[in-house]
Design a protein around this ligand. Structure first.
Ligand SMILES: [Zn+2]
Length: 380
């Protein structure tokens, strides 16, 4: 979830908003201004309902932010790097760059979020009681009471033992501590996350179909998000487990078939040695043997046939700055996210002097993961 607007840094943590956060702000403001507030205290002006609805919605956003900030701050104290926090339609996400080093750290990072929400709920509840005793307008008391309730609901929901909720992380830290096996613990929490997700989807859809309750769609949406995220976390953990400690040099294709930048497309196609047909992309070498870029069959194919005698490989290749590169000793696990994000799905492997030593594709890594999953870690 990439941020759309930045709110700068709070307590040293980058905070941003994704545009979809506007959806919850508007929905909550509407639900309060059109529903709950006039129902509980009729007879006030539309402006009063509206103002309180929007204000409560913004304070709710601030309490979401407090929840995520608590995660981020405790994460940093436990030596986990934090990229930042983004608030979006379904809540907040603190982006942690690495995993918690121990089950205890995982427990502290996860638990502090719901605790913060519960504390906020308690403070708002106390405030509501206090304001009521001071005979402040019942409308204001109602809004503050709503903030108390929603924060307590948030604390309870987030404590459900299912990934990627905070309760799922607590479950994971417990399983990890019990078994000493982080991967197995992640699988357990992820399975619980998918089960809860499907339950929420089924309940939400049933609510819409049988009771005409359209707010059930919201629950179904959150459920779907849980399923997708929990599955992705399990896959990621599986990969991390299998690829742990494996350098790029062990998965790359050595001495790849390359193309000189000066030959024309026609020449390149005419003299094709047959082993070239096994590849879809070729490192391009300049006249002095240095790496100039990468050319794919697709790029070549886009050159109209009449132009192929005058266009060189160098003209159509993707020059080096736009191509992913890696060192032979880099970790495959670190290269993988870059490959996933890159258009070509491959990286050139260059040694310290910048000489081409190999090429590695997403498919190479998938094949090796499949093999390692089959042969098991003992035979590695
Ligand atoms: Zn949380």
């Amino acid at each position: 979830m990439n941020e759309t607007f930045s709110l700068g840094r709070i307590a040293g943590v980058r905070v941003g908003l994704h545009w979809s956060v506007l959806v919850i702000v508007v929905l909550i403001a509407l639900a309060l201004a059109r529903g709950r507030l006039p129902a509980a205290h009729p007879g006030h002006s539309a402006l009063a309902y509206c103002t309180l609805g929007v204000l409560s919605s913004l304070v709710f956003l601030a309490s979401l932010l407090a929840h995520e900030l608590a995660h981020a701050i405790v994460a940093r104290r436990n030596n986990v790097q934090v990229d930042g926090i983004t608030l979006w339609m379904l809540g907040g996400a603190a982006r942690l760059r690495s995993e918690a080093p121990t089950p205890g750290a995982e427990l502290r990072i996860a638990a502090v979020g719901p605790l913060t929400s519960a504390l906020a709920g308690g403070v708002f509840a106390g405030l509501a009681v206090g304001l009521d005793a001071l005979h402040v307008s019942g409308l204001v008391v109602e809004a503050v009471a709503w903030l108390a309730g929603i924060n307590i609901v948030l604390a309870l929901f987030n404590s459900l033992p299912a990934a990627p909720l905070d309760g799922g992380r607590l479950l994971r830290s417990f399983l990890w501590w019990r078994t000493g096996d982080r991967l197995r613990a992640t699988r357990g929490a992820s399975a619980a996350g998918r089960a809860l997700g499907w339950l929420m989807v089924a309940t939400g859809v049933a609510g819409v179909l049988f009771a005409g309750n359209f707010s059930g769609m919201w629950g179904a949406l959150v459920g779907w998000f849980l399923i997708v995220t929990a599955s992705a976390e399990a896959r990621q953990a599986q990969l991390r487990g299998v690829l742990n400690g494996i350098p790029v040099s062990r998965v790359m294709t050595r001495v790849p078939v390359s193309a000189p930048s000066s030959v024309t497309i026609a020449e390149f196609l005419a003299e094709a040695p047959f082993d070239r047909y096994r590849h879809a992309a070729f490192p391009v070498l300049a006249a002095d043997g240095s790496v100039a870029g990468l050319v794919t069959v697709d790029l070549i194919d886009h050159v109209p046939v009449p132009d192929r005698t005058t266009t060189t490989i160098g003209d159509v290749m993707r020059p080096l700055p736009g191509v992913e590169t890696a060192g032979p000793d880099d970790m495959v696990m670190d290269l993988l996210p870059r490959l996933d994000a890159s258009e070509q799905g491959r990286a050139l492997v260059l040694d310290e002097e910048g000489h081409l030593v190999g090429i590695v594709t997403r498919a190479d890594i998938s094949r090796i993961v499949a093999w390692l999953n089959t042969t098991g870690p003992t035979r590695r």
